[in-house]
Design a binder for this molecule. Sequence first.
Ligand code: NAD
Length: 260
Amino acid sequence: MLKGKSVIITGSTSGIGAGLAAAFAAAGCNVMLNGFGDTQAIEKLRFSLENKYDIRVLYSPADMTRPDQITDMVKSAQELFGQVDILVNNAGIQYVAPIDEFPPEKWDAIIAINLSSAFHAIRAALPGMKKRKWGRVINIASAHGLVASPFKSAYVAAKHGIIGMTKTVALEVAEQGITCNAICPGYVKTPLVEGQIADQAKARNLTEEEVVKNVILAAQPTKQFVTVDQINALALFLAGDNGASVNGASLSIDGGWTAQ
Ligand code: NAD
């Protein structure tokens, strides 16, 4: 069903994005990787996916704070793959501080990477999807796109923003064979969260196990991390033909967090 399609996944050198890249590659899609990290490790990931699944895998080092680089990334995927069928806006960063102590440059970076980058990528990728009357845009939002937590003003604002943009794009493209949806995960154990566990343990003088149970997963009723495989399955469903009527949705995958 997805075999032969081409996908761009922003922020796919780590965590959820790397998991999505492997899942779309396994489904037979050509993949454009993006994100920061060790050059050799990224090349190893690119090469291993390409060989394992007999598909094309490219890497773009585009910085998601730079609109020109985002547009160039989409253009090169269109040229090198022939088309971009699926766009997954996943790149994201976090910074935690009370709003009156929040560094303005961190606010700007979070809004740029977690929200504006999706605008620039969608803007560049949609014309090709419209021409072929088929496309999928999947925005990796967060439970924080639906509810807030203290000290995460920029992240919560960006994630609420991306859900608003998801709905707007969905309405604009609804008659053109394209869908746009947001996936809203609860906590997933990736480098982004592992950093928070270590910081909180130090700050609160708790063990990392105590932080996971009593701080990180306190709001997640299952008391289990969401897994990358679970997110992959949801993304593949949205990208497939059976996902065609899911449009403009914010799909929670958070162990019940936002049911409270
Ligand atoms: P991660 O830190 O493991 O990966 C983030 C990726 O984004 C990396 O590949 C990194 O290189 C890339 N990136 C960061 N800044 C970039 C920039 N300026 N330009 C290009 N790439 C950049 O994080 P993750 O946990 O896998 O998060 C992925 C997405 O999922 C984020 O949008 C995050 O907000 C969202 N999310 C994560 C969780 C969680 O619990 N981990 C929960 C809900 C939502």
